[in-house]
Design a protein around this ligand. Sequence first.
Ligand code: UDP
Ligand code: MG
Length: 323
Amino acid sequence: MNKSLSVIVPCFNEEEVITESYKRIKSILNQFDFRTEIIFINDGSTDKTQEILYNILESDNSVKLITFSRNFGHQKAVTAGINHCTSDLAIIIDADLQDPPELIPEMIRTMETSHAQVVYCVRKSRKGEGFFKKITAKLFYRFLNFLSEVRLPVDTGDFRLIDKSIIREFNNLHEKGKYIRGLISWVGFKQVPFYYEREARFAGETKYPFMKMLRFATTSMLYFSTKPLRIATTLGFTSVLVALALAIWSILGKIIGFTHADSGWTSLFVLIIFFGGVQLLTIGIVGSYIGNLFDEIKNRPEYIILKKENFESNIEDEKNKSR
Ligand code: UDP
Ligand code: MG
């Protein structure tokens, strides 16, 4: 089988690690007898990353480089890498060697033996990361999975192997806020886990300060769930029901005399809870429309076909061929 592999490496101010990552990735790629390449994306680094990458490029013409005009963020860098990938297989890997490149051959074997389109790496443990990062990451992935309409595997990063059907479908997604690991799950096909120990960063510091982490978490939740919007509807509906029940209770109480409210209290009380409920319900309804609008704007395909049988003229296949 004629295979080819691209290794996609996003880099932001990685002068301390980039030479070592290149060496380690390259020595793995040298073992393969098919075409391989490394695509580095320099995401607006302000240190010597670009210079080092130019040196690597000079000595190795299987290395490609995409340089951003400024720092657009990790997810945009990986997106650019996938958009520019023409191989049959792609590995997404961090530059800091937290994801060991030595696992690549085994990941490819796993893909072959399980006939999968995605091999996603699940972190059994995370070395060299603080308590805060570990606990927030653990909670975050579980909460996100609860919110999300598609099942998102927990404790996974973007470190994964994807094949060309995934690359093709990913490149068909046009939403601007991309939560890549979520979108790859969303695309479907056969996806299998691969367990590994996440290493400590080889050198340098994390490029994900708290604010960036927060933005990343917000994007993933907003783009993968409209549940928060719909919660208002449920709350509003419940409040209106409770208001009606309380209204009946307090009016009857007033007439029969089992409540001893001051005059005016009953009507005020009933009106307040009723209109509170009505407002929440209305916000919820508006929210549902906004949720649907958001889904429409994201313009994800409505479905992805794995295969079709017994069709004479296969329009989808023609389209795929020309892509
Ligand atoms: N990265 C990037 N742009 C950014 C932040 C990070 O391209 O704005 C890259 C970074 O160089 C690394 C990967 O994304 O290759 C993961 O970042 P990092 O290791 O700092 O994150 P952490 O592992 O601490 O979550
Ligand atoms: Mg890292």
